[in-house]
Design a protein around this ligand. Structure first.
Ligand SMILES: [Fe+2]
Length: 254
């Protein structure tokens, strides 16, 4: 893959997204949220990829995956007015269908197309399928780290804002009730991922975000989590119990 092919895809992305711009300020805010998220994920994947001294060709592919990983979000929001996959459909698969429908990847080789679409398909799975080929495994792990880093950035920034109702809570659709579900804390104490199905309130969502620390693939990503204090910022908004303190000590990357 060459630099000019990546540039053509960036131009296509900008035009495609503009097609979803809307007079309704709520719809427009949702579209812009994902457009800005995409741009930041592109920057993050390049930082992580560069820390691994990847070849330029792999960096172009990685950036393409970041550019297109959430392409399904725009149609999802236009059709369903939600980013919740459970209440609409899987946005990764919707995005792959959009890429196929528009033929935007036609100039790439079959191998490149496969690496891009499989990495998009895998970016929002709870865990990666085992035994992936090396190059796909690398690219899939890169987008998962870059995406998580940006979602952690957005989530913690939203917690910091002094709104009555944090944006992240509204997006999660979960009630901001006291306490949390013990099963999530149990998972965290065993250094295991938490599951969306177990979430009952917004504190559970915070615990689930903490568990992402156990699914980070590259040292550069962990150092960004540590430097930005994401674990500490989330914990500061959780009930101050002994077990939450224990979780903090386990999750905090060094
Ligand atoms: Fe996504």
């Amino acid at each position: 893959m060459q630099r000019k092919q990546l540039q053509a895809l960036k131009d296509w992305f900008n035009q495609y997204v503009k097609g979803f711009y809307h007079d309704d300020p709520d719809v427009q805010a949702g579209i812009r949220l994902k457009e800005e998220h995409t741009k930041r994920v592109c920057e993050k994947i390049l930082r992580i990829g560069s820390s691994l001294n990847l070849e330029p060709e792999d960096l172009y592919l990685a950036e393409t995956i970041a550019l297109l990983h959430d392409i399904g979000r725009f149609k999802q929001f236009a059709l369903y007015h939600t980013f919740n996959d459970r209440r609409s459909e899987n946005h990764a698969l919707l995005g792959i269908r959009e890429l196929e429908r528009t033929g935007v990847l036609a100039a790439l080789t079959e191998e490149e197309r496969k690496l891009i679409t499989r990495s998009i398909e895998y970016h929002n799975l709870c865990t990666l399928p085992p035994d992936l080929p090396d190059r796909l495994s690398l690219l899939a792990r890169l987008i998962r780290d870059a995406d998580k880093l940006d979602i952690l950035e957005m989530f913690t920034a939203s917690l910091d804002r002094k709104n009555d109702k944090p944006e992240a809570q509204q997006i999660s659709g979960l009630p901001d009730t006291p306490g949390y579900s013990p099963v999530l804390v149990r998972n965290l104490l065993q250094e295991q991922l938490c599951y969306y199905d177990d979430m009952k309130n917004f504190n559970d969502r915070k615990l689930l975000m903490l568990s992402w620390v156990y699914d980070i693939n590259f040292p550069r990503s962990l150092s960004e989590i540590a430097r930005n204090g994401y674990v500490e910022k989330i914990v500061a908004r959780l009930p101050k119990t002994e077990e939450v303190q224990k979780v903090t000590n386990i999750c905090r990357p060094t």
